[in-house]
Design a protein around this ligand. Structure first.
Ligand code: KIV
Length: 320
């Protein structure tokens, strides 16, 4: 899309953001130029003449590796995503019956010792995604698009997504950003690449925003986040991650958009939750965000076990 058109579109989105930071119901929103595919699908009314079986409760499969499964969980039960970066963690996370695994670029900070996710490359993402795929997970596997890959050209973006899916074995890709990346996401979705959106705190922009913080606490920012979410819905994202959003904004947003809103540090009222698995397991090298509830202390388990092993061997005891 030419640059001028892009700017006009962004301005149009801004103009259409509601005056109040609280999102309006879909029916009360101004009509946008591009009708939401998701909303179109949900528009059909069941005719009175068609009998509807009201008695049979909807049966939900435990887990299915499809984006439609994730979409249909909205309103039925909380959706759970966890990160995994290799075969052993992929197998453990899949065995816990999560709804999807994210091979996040958080592997840069959790595994590779970087301060941010920015140094993570396409080769890193392909290698770790294929390692998770080799665990044969039962659920959907989503791979993160690393820093810079969505910014150069659509051809480059398409090639990067192709690598994540064909070489890495991902079922879908995650892309950070809102209306700035929505046109490209729409084209990817049309090409057959399912996309998980990511709004609020975007860790790949941490150098530009100057650190990690909550988003949407002030009215203008809440409006901007609302516009991003609607634009991603209309671009065809099957779900949207909301990182570090103000809890009230996240709660309203999850009620007003059709794709599931999966929160991280955004309160309990989202349609689902995602966490960095190593954070909740207490298996980390750096600081863990305050909102993470700890379910284990693997740092201690591992250091105790290794310490005992070293003592045993030094004492002349065989390891077996
Ligand atoms: O890379 C990652 O793990 C993520 C989660 C924090 C959502 O983007």
């Amino acid at each position: 899309m030419p640059e001028q058109e892009k700017t006009e579109k962004t301005e149009q989105s801004k103009a259409e953001a509601p005056s109040d930071s609280k999102p309006k119901p879909a029916s009360a929103r101004p009509k946008r130029g591009r009708p939401s595919r998701a909303r179109q699908n949900n528009k059909a009314k069941v005719s009175d003449s068609i009998p509807v079986n009201k008695e049979k409760p909807k049966e939900i499969a435990l887990v299915e590796p499809s984006t439609s499964f994730i979409k249909n969980l909205k309103g039925n039960r909380p959706i759970i995503g966890l990160t995994a970066y290799d075969t052993i963690l992929g197998a453990a996370v899949s065995a816990a019956n999560v709804d999807f695994i994210l091979v996040g670029d958080s592997l840069g900070t959790t595994l590779l010792g970087y301060d941010t996710t920015i140094p993570v490359t396409m080769d890193d993402m392909v290698r770790h995604t294929s390692a998770v795929r080799r665990a044969n997970p039962q659920c959907l596997v989503v791979a993160d698009l690393p820093f810079g890959e969505a910014s150069l050209s659509f051809d480059r973006l398409l090639e990067s997504c192709r690598r994540l899916m064909q070489e890495g074995g991902a079922d879908a890709v995650k892309i950070e950003g809102g209306r700035d990346v929505a046109d490209d996401i729409e084209k990817l979705v049309a090409t057959g690449i399912p996309v998980l959106g990511h709004i609020g705190l975007l860790p790949q922009t941490v150098k530009a925003i100057g650190g990690y913080r909550k988003f949407g606490e002030i009215k203008e920012e809440a409006q901007s986040i609302y516009t991003d979410a609607i634009t991603l819905e209309e671009a065809g994202c099957f779900a949207i991650i909301a990182e570090m959003l103000d809890e009230k904004v996240a709660s309203e947003l999850s009620k007003q958009i059709l794709p599931p809103l999966i929160g991280i540090g955004s309160g309990d009222a989202c349609d689902g939750q995602i966490l960095v698995t190593t954070d909740l397991l207490g298996w980390s090298h750096g600081p863990v965000p305050k909102f993470v509830k700890s379910y284990a202390n693997l740092n201690k388990v591992v250091s105790d076990a290794l310490g005992k092993y070293v003592i045993d061997i030094r004492a002349g005891e065989r390891s077996r």
